[in-house]
Design a protein around this ligand. Structure first.
Ligand code: ADP
Ligand code: MG
Length: 343
């Protein structure tokens, strides 16, 4: 009897230690991750962008996100909205005589809902497939304050919507308060400012949600809906905030361990596309700054990703990684991607 009891107690103790060890392991290995998805997460070059098309592409993206969620990462997914908001905006222009057109900030809000919907269903389906249907996926319509004195408002640079002839462009310039510029591809296009994100209004709730067990948060879509604060009031503005810069900001706000930017190149390069091109495995913040000043990263594509990485690492002391969609896990294990670190 005594022996059996002692053994039972011993077994209980052993079980307790194993449970404690396991809890400890989970606790130590939990990392907060901001995953910034690029355009190709939902639409590939040359694709039309039907809903079916975007759902199909989202399956691949969802697999990658679920792989990480099941490895115990706490995840906030951010994403671009270029093609989607572009199409929504075009629809407004094309039937403006029949349905009142929505301004760009409203189109941005619509695109957050649309992309949130596609990603949520794709991620939930992958979770169900992997036997993890007890997760919650939630999209936050995210508002971001920008400065109405941001120099970007004086120099609108982001082309959107239809291509116009010079004659049409001149007429529009007289009728509307738009800025139009000749496009390198021919014709004229409306251009809007790309101001810096100053404050993400929903950051506190995004932080609470990501702390919750088994919860994946989708936020800051398209860089967030830009608002200015003027005469004591918040007001939407027609602008496009860079999604990588907003991703860096939310990563700092939620005290993320890693900012993971997933795009369509596995690594960042020096002399990109030239015969002396060289892939970068790792760079310190000061090296990254030097490469920027030497002009290695194209504005509007790789430059904002490197700048976002620098801003996150400087503010948090942690690591940013730029790699290709499909390589996230390998990159987190240090086997690929370009890692931006302190120093
Ligand atoms: P996303 O849509 O994922 O945000 P972008 O298309 O804006 O991504 O930026 C990724 C692109 O940046 C790559 O496809 C590549 O063509 C371009 N690029 C510009 N400079 C570099 C560089 N130095 N190293 C790697 N890629 C670069
Ligand atoms: Mg792209």
């Amino acid at each position: 009897m005594v022996n059996a009891d002692t053994r039972r107690n011993g077994d209980k103790l052993l079980l307790k230690s194993i449970v404690l060890l396991y809890i400890n392991k989970i606790f130590i290995s939990v990392k907060r991750l901001v995953i910034a998805l690029g355009g190709n997460a939902l639409l590939r070059k040359g694709e039309k962008g039907t809903l079916e098309n975007q759902f199909k592409n989202a399956e691949v993206t969802a697999k990658e996100i679920v792989d990480l969620a099941l490895k115990n990462y706490k995840i906030v997914v951010t994403h671009g909205n270029g093609p989607q908001v572009g199409n929504i905006y075009l629809q407004q222009e094309l039937v403006a005589d029949k349905v009142p057109p929505m301004a760009l900030d409203a189109c941005g809000a619509m695109s957050q809902g649309l992309i949130g919907y596609i990603l949520t269903v794709a991620i939930l389906n992958e979770l169900i497939k992997r036997g993890a249907a007890d997760y919650t996926v939630v999209t936050i319509v995210t508002h971001v304050i920008v400065d109405d004195k941001d120099p970007a408002f004086k120099n609108p640079s982001k082309p959107i919507g239809l291509y116009y002839t010079e004659e049409e462009a001149m007429r529009i310039l007289k009728e509307k308060k738009w800025a139009l510029k000749p496009d390198p591809r021919g014709g004229w296009r409306r251009v809007v400012p790309s101001p810096r994100p100053l404050k993400i209004l929903e950051a506190p709730i995004i932080r609470d949600l990501v702390e919750r067990d088994k919860t994946i948060v989708i936020a800051c879509g398209g860089g967030g809906i830009p608002l200015i604060f003027k005469d004591g009031k918040l007001k939407g503005v027609e602008a496009v905030i860079d999604k990588d810069l907003t991703s860096a900001k939310i990563a700092v706000d939620i005290k993320a361990d890693i900012l993971l930017i997933l795009t369509d190149v596995e690594k960042v390069a020096l002399n990109y596309g030239k015969p002396n091109q060289q892939w970068i495995d790792s760079m310190t913040v000061s090296e990254a700054r030097r490469y920027i000043s030497e002009g290695h990263f194209a504005p509007g594509s790789m430059l904002p990703k490197v700048v976002a990485s620098i801003e996150f690492v400087e503010a948090s002391g942690e690591r940013a990684i730029i790699t290709k969609l499909g390589k996230a896990l390998k990159a987190l294990l240090g086997e690929t991607g370009t890692h931006i670190v302190r120093g």
